[in-house]
Design a protein around this ligand. Structure first.
Ligand SMILES: CN1c2c(nc(N)[nH]c2=O)NC[C@@H]1CNc1ccc(C(=O)N[C@@H](CCC(=O)N[C@@H](CCC(=O)N[C@@H](CCC(=O)O)C(=O)O)C(=O)O)C(=O)O)cc1
Ligand SMILES: N[C@@H](CCS)C(=O)O
Ligand SMILES: [Zn+2]
Length: 775
């Protein structure tokens, strides 16, 4: 049985690539040094796959920022506004300029749009298409990486490409007079040129990622799949095509997928087990299957019994030689290696043996393949026994259950949740207390996590700084932040979240039933990574988590300072969750723990409480038919968490980097008083949807993109506000950036936020003038 994985993590086990790229951006490293750091990392990834016994080893799954952007670069999809940069910038700088925006050498261009990769916390750069889009073979990265793999000694490198249809579907039309799939005829010749180049270089295996095949597709798109792969097959009869879809089963697209002229079809068995009966029955005789039995999205050791059962059925149906063993999806979504957790680190001892990160998953793939051999080695038996022992231990562990939490959950079942007064009634009361101007200004929460702050935290963690001194350091930062916000005239302040490395990790550190890693980094976008907490047991609150600092911050100012929490849907989505109970139960446990925190914040005199829910959209099932049941419990969890406060307490929520048009109804049901939402990077398109749906709450559409280092001018911010005000009455609108500012430097934040406040003031004058003119 051939073994492989669809892709491997790429930021570096110790974030070497993050450091190298950021060093390059700061000018501390030149291109040569960055390229050599990249090659070292590619070698480490290939070595790991070879050592673990993967027969096929992925290449071109490495990226310096994003693999979709790599595809755009390969296919010459470079929007007009970046073209002038080509004259003065290297290809590498042009690539980064598209990802991050660019200000300098007489240029000022914004970054391209970024959005979620399906239902994950990975974000990709959205390709932009025009009606007469020009595609041409621009970057040879794919072939270069294939050749590097060969020189390294990889015997069977498998080149990974986003397939042509998914590539188009991932993008966006810049005008509405065409559909991006109409571009397939001009795109396909460039794919053929790439394949020709790969073929010439000796590549015999190509993995086409076509994840859209697990989403709802119309007949036209299904037909297009058949046509496109028919053409590719005809031109490259000797290249082994592996077509991969993941994150769900194929469902209604299964027959289409099985009819494609590809050699191997990869199935995500973890999420799409239901496809298998039809696959075993109908898969064509000349098609192999790759079974993704090892979960690429979660970190629990594999249930070997279940996997062996599935592989056994596959062998019975197709024969041993037609079945490959793999991970459900790319391992990009899990950390590198459990063995990189520091000794005596943050993970409880009992948890370690239950975990499999990317490197352990390679071993599991190998183990499963070995266990399917006619003659099973002693090592494989040992691996099996060890897995079975740990699975049993986990199943019966006392650490998983908390009877108080279970009782609270039972008591909640069927009870009404949410706020008692209507949003309109609450608005009047809140305005009485808060006395905010028209177009109130605020920020989303976090402020720069500077090198000084990180080093303070590092010293606290390694014991060289006392808890008291760390606490004082954080308080100084909060004090300065509050003073600065007051001085520039912001209306509703934030404390800056300096005590948090990350908005989810922080709660992972403070909740019972949740563990956190020391080095379990997972790429979120570009060079940015997160350490998702691990929800292993029943969740409860040990003690108040944010109240003390919220009270401290509020004590510094007469203006409201927001209490700041991460919502249940987001904690769930951005953590590795237990897989032994329904997600909705875990969500409700988290919601109950957070509800206690919300109530304590209110008691502490916090008048505005923000409960961030950027992850709620991400959890939306990929198939429409599954969505409502998800939204029902996700919205309920938010209401459990937020619904206990009095009508005068203002609940904010915040969302970013996803398409909200398809959950507008759920957003309304969440019943938040204010929703601040990222729209800057998607050009405010989503606003017309909110207006058309009659969104009843107040809205803070982010008026500038915080992920780019460029500083927006007052004029451009004003224009953005004007756009917002063309959809909504001024009384409904807040003015804010599109997300937290933790990734920025103070010298970027200060002018940008000052410009934002000035733009809001200007807009207030304009609104007043207009109102007077209109009588
Ligand atoms: C808002 N977003 C978030 C998402 N998901 C989250 N879980 N959190 C989010 O905020 N998803 C959607 C969006 C966009 N996504 C992200 C994801 C990640 C970041 C980000 O800024 N990440 C930082 C993490 C840095 C961090 O936590 N650093 C640690 C320090 C660790 C360390 O290496 N320390 C060094 C010493 C200090 C140093 O030199 O850095 C050491 O120990 O040697 C910390 O602060 O303690 C990143 O840089 O990747 C943003 C948006
Ligand atoms: N309050 C968080 C939300 C990020 S989505 C922050 O400001 O970083
Ligand atoms: Zn955000």
């Amino acid at each position: 049985m051939l073994t492989h994985t669809l892709g491997y993590p790429r930021l570096g086990a110790f974030r070497e690539i993050k450091k190298a790229c950021e060093g390059y951006w700061k000018g501390a490293l030149d291109e040569k040094a960055l390229r050599s750091a990249s090659l070292e990392e590619k070698h480490r990834r290939w070595r790991a796959q070879q050592e673990a016994g993967m027969e096929l080893v992925a290449c071109n799954d490495f990226s310096l920022y994003d693999h979709v952007q790599d595809m755009s670069f390969m296919l010459g999809v470079i929007p007009e506004r970046y073209k002038p940069l080509c004259q003065n910038l290297s290809d590498l700088d042009l690539y980064f300029a598209m990802c991050r925006g660019y200000q300098g050498a007489g240029y000022d261009v914004t970054a391209m749009e970024m959005t979620k990769w399906f239902d994950t916390n990975y974000h990709y750069i959205v390709p932009e298409f025009t009606r007469n889009q020009d595609f041409h073979y621009y970057s040879r990265k794919c072939v270069e990486e294939f050749l590097e793999a060969v020189s390294f000694g990889v015997k069977k490198p498998k080149a990974v490409l986003v397939g042509p249809i998914s590539y188009l579907l991932l993008g966006k039309e810049k005008t509405d007079d065409f559909h991006r799939l109409d571009l397939i005829d001009t795109l396909l010749p460039v794919y053929m040129a790439v394949l020709e180049d790969l073929h010439h270089a000796g590549c015999t295996w190509v993995q086409f990622d076509e994840p859209f095949l697990v989403t709802d597709l119309d007949d036209r798109t299904r037909k297009l799949y058949a046509e496109v792969y028919g053409v590719l097959r005809q031109h490259f009869p000797d290249v082994h095509f592996l077509l991969a879809a993941y994150f769900d089963g194929f469902g209604d697209n299964l027959q289409t997928a099985m009819s494609l002229p590809v050699d191997t079809l990869h199935l995500d068995v973890v999420n799409g087990l239901y496809d298998l009966p039809a696959v075993f029955r109908d898969v064509p005789r000349d098609m192999n299957i790759s079974l993704g039995v090892v979960d690429g999205r979660n970190i629990w050791i594999n249930d070997v019994n279940e996997s062996l059962g599935i592989l056994g059925l596959a062998v019975k149906a197709l024969g041993h030689d037609r079945v490959m063993v793999s991970s459900s999806c790319s391992l990009l979504h899990v950390p590198y290696d459990v063995r990189n957790e520091p000794d005596g680190g943050t993970l409880p001892d009992f948890l370690g043996p239950w975990l499999a990160f990317a490197r352990q998953k390679l071993d599991e793939i190998r183990l499963l393949a070995d266990l399917m051999e006619d003659e099973v080695s002693a090592d494989a038996f040992y691996g099996l026994a060890e897995h079975l022992k740990q699975l049993e231990k986990r199943k019966h562990s006392k650490f998983l259950r908390n009877s108080d939490v279970r009782s609270a959950l039972d008591a909640l079942s069927g009870e009404p949740v949410g706020r008692r007064q209507s949003i309109a009634e609450r608005r009047v009361l809140q305005q009485e207390w808060l006395q905010l101007p028209v177009l109130p200004t605020t920020m989303i929460g976090s402020l720069p996590q500077t090198a000084e702050l990180r080093s303070l935290r590092k010293r606290y963690r390694d014991g060289s700084l006392s808890a008291e001194d760390y606490g004082s350091g954080v308080r100084v930062l909060i004090t300065n932040a509050v003073r600065w916000q007051e001085s520039i005239g912001l209306d509703v302040l934030v404390h800056g979240e300096f005590e948090r490395t990350d908005m989810v990790e922080f709660f992972g550190e403070h909740l019972d039933g949740v563990a956190f890693t020391g080095n379990g980094w997972v790429q979120s976008y570009g060079t940015r990574a997160v350490k998702p907490p691990i929800i292993y047991g029943d969740v409860s609150r040990k003690e108040p988590m944010t109240v003390e600092l919220a009270r401290f911050a509020q004590g510094l100012s007469e203006r409201p300072v927001k209490g700041m929490l991460t919502g249940p849907g987001t904690i769930l989505k951005w953590s590795f969750v237990r897989n032994d109970q329904p997600l909705s139960d875990t969500a409700m446990q988290v919601a109950l723990a957070l509800r206690e925190e919300v109530m304590d914040l209110e008691l502490a005199g916090i008048e505005v409480i923000q409960i961030d829910e950027p992850g709620i959209r991400e959890g939306l099932p990929l198939k429409k038919a599954d969505r409502e049941s998800y939204l029902e419990w996700a919205v309920r969890a938010f209401l459990v968490c937020s619904g206990g406060v009095g009508p005068a307490t203002q609940i904010h929520t915040h969302m970013c980097y996803a398409d909200y048009a398809d959950i507008l109804d759920a957003l309304i049901r969440m019943d938040a008083d204010v929703l601040t939402i990222e729209t800057a990077r998607s050009d405010m398109e989503v606003l017309s949807g909110f207006a058309a749906a009659g969104y009843p709450g107040q809205l803070g559409p982010g008026i500038y993109d915080i992920h780019s280092p460029r500083i927006p001018s007052v004029g451009e911010l004003n224009t953005q506000l004007e756009k917002v005000l063309s959809h909504f009455a001024p009384r409904q609108i807040w003015v804010n950036p599109d997300c937290g500012l933790k990734t920025r430097e103070w010298d970027e934040v200060v002018p940008a936020v000052e410009n934002m406040v000035t733009a809001a003031r200007k807009a207030r004058h304009q609104v007043r003038k207009r109102a007077l003119e209109e009588g």
